[in-house]
Ligand binder design. Sequence first.
Ligand code: UGY
Ligand code: MN
Length: 251
Amino acid sequence: MSVSRTVPFGETRTHVAFDHALVAADSHVRSPLDGWPGSECVVLISPAMGAGPRGPRFCQYLVHAKPGAQSRPAAAGVQRLVFVLGGALTVGGKPVSADGFAWLPPDCDTVCRCEEEATLLVIEKPYAALDDVEAPETIVGRVKDAPCEPFLGDPDAMLATLLPVDQAFDMAVNVFTYQPGATLPFVETHVMEHGLYMAAGQGVYRLGERWYPVRVGDAIWMAAYCPQWFVAMGKTPARYIYYKDVNRDPL
Ligand code: UGY
Ligand code: MN
């Protein structure tokens, strides 16, 4: 499904609130980023959203990479998750194609190189180390090989978990696939924050006290304790990739 930029003159579906944001493709502005020389990037979610202690405490951005583009390491102490939305790249020489991903530990100089045009979703966050626990090594994988289970018993809402369930990780990145009509079973309100990217289909997202029609290409930030709910709509499955902070003491 292609992303339409057609919206009424002077309008956008983008809305930035104190505890959530919807960033629609119609309002994207591309800019260079130090970590991705030669590529055009769109920072979808960052601390600059300005909500303060409620977040965001991470960055989520798109990279539109040209053939031959190469990454530079993330900032000191920052972990990086690269998800391939389209095209292909190599990570430390290993090929990663659409629906593949790589997680890079903090202070790692592994290079992502795009042999062809590619669109990448990147999530970055300072890594919170635990005493006596080693930071994990680089992981390269594919959604289709990740553990995948019905969410709370619903086979129409399948949840794939890309990163190992392990105390050493302070982020989880999951892929949710909903059949049309399937829903999050209740309005979640939790301490974890989310960064989300709609990879396919459409639906309606409840964020706080508002309901937003959402579709492929949309990004959403949900702060800690932002009430959230989703129903998939339309004729094809809806799929989103999302980040959440995990495994660290909230105090
Ligand atoms: O993991 C989660 O909290 C997930 N169920 N939230 C969401 O999809 N908005
Ligand atoms: Mn949630």
